[in-house]
Design a protein around this ligand. Structure first.
Ligand code: SF4
Length: 345
């Protein structure tokens, strides 16, 4: 098992190929059949109203803003219907932290989707800051909040809102949003209720290497105790249209992305899946990521609003993703939200 010091040393090393080979060896051990997975799903951002003002976010609108919205149920149903028609299996539903939407609103939304679509669609929804917000607004414990959402149809929880799990960094970039302890609490509680979640990391937002290593360590510890994470998804801050972009002038490079991806694969050898992202690094760097520890390329994403609002302009079709996977020497397989690849081709 890699120590924090070893991980820090790797971050300071310029031996990118050596780090990649070590990560690739772990990927091969965990996924010996050369399969690289992807999912067809859709992001649904049910509201963009938000009270948190995170400096890296170009998606939110303050309360009362003319461009703010809450999607009506019918619109959400139509988006799910379209997802199913396109061979999709799940939705990733997330939104801003709306100060008036209490648990009943979310229960009503989930159960109405459940009633209409049943198990045809996997509901991967509400990251830790949203769940903390719902609990606070509704005067409930996190446990009761998550249990009630689960009982209304929530299947799993995305790792969003982790950014960098260090309060010094969080205080700078998302002062009002949930703390490190709260993010941990949501995921540990969800795991204890039998739900799976993912862990994410948004790096390149002005943090130091020690913060990244600390983030890995927090995620590894949770996984040791609960085994509840399906995947780790590192991605880098997209600066273009954000206020943080005025201070963080330089986005992470491909070198830094591949290095961070590979070190995460080595450090988090107790998590089955590491996702090589294409949304911010682009398809070609994502493809290289498959030799730097990644065994999954994420989603073809029928719709994505949050990162594109911040200036990410990459897009991909299913066939493009399958081609980059094949060309890198792997077998592409569609998976579901829980990383099960039972689709036949
Ligand atoms: S990142 Fe999330 S919590 Fe922060 S401002 Fe954007 S929508 Fe709100």
């Amino acid at each position: 098992m890699m120590t924090r010091e070893e991980a820090t040393d790797l971050f300071h090393s310029d031996d990118l190929i050596g780090i990649g080979m070590a990560a690739d060896a772990i990927r091969r051990k965990l996924h010996p059949h050369g399969i690289v997975s992807y999912i067809i799903d859709r992001n649904i951002n049910y509201t963009n109203f938000c009270t948190e003002y995170c400096s890296f976010c170009a998606f939110y609108r303050p309360m009362g803003h003319a461009e703010g919205y809450i999607l009506p149920h019918e619109t959400i149903f139509a988006k799910i219907e379209e997802t199913l028609d396109l061979g999709g299996t799940g939705v990733l539903m997330q939104g801003g932290l709306h100060p008036d939407l209490k648990i009943e609103w979310y229960e009503d939304l989930l159960s109405s989707i459940q009633k209409r679509f049943g198990s045809r669609i996997h509901l991967h929804c509400f990251s830790a800051p949203e769940i903390t917000n719902i609990a606070e607004l509704s005067g409930l414990t996190l446990r009761d909040t998550i249990a009630r959402l689960r009982d209304s149809g929530l299947d799993s929880i995305p790792g969003g809102g982790a950014e960098i799990l260090d309060d010094e960094v969080r205080y700078r970039i998302s002062r009002l949003k949930c703390s490190t302890a709260e993010w941990i609490d949501v995921h540990r509680t969800a795991h204890s209720l039998g739900m799976r979640t993912t862990a994410t990391m948004m790096f390149g937002c002005g943090e130091r290497i020690e913060h990244r290593v600390k983030h890995f360590e927090i995620v590894r510890r949770i996984q040791e105790d609960t085994g509840g994470f399906t995947a780790f998804i590192p991605w880098f801050f997209q600066r273009e249209n954000t206020s943080l972009g005025r201070f963080v002038k330089e986005e992470a490079t491909a070198f830094e992305y591949l290095q961070t991806l590979a070190i995460s694969r080595i450090y988090l050898d107790n998590i089955d899946n590491i996702q090589a992202s294409w949304v911010t690094p682009g398809l070609k760097t994502c493809q290289l990521g498959l030799r730097f520890g990644g065994n999954d390329v994420g989603s073809i994403m029928i719709e994505e609003n949050v990162v594109s609002a911040a200036g990410a302009h990459h897009s991909a079709t299913e066939e493009e993703l399958r081609r980059i996977i094949r060309d890198a020497g792997f077998v592409p397989k569609q998976r579901d939200t829980l990383y099960r690849t039972y689709f036949l081709y």
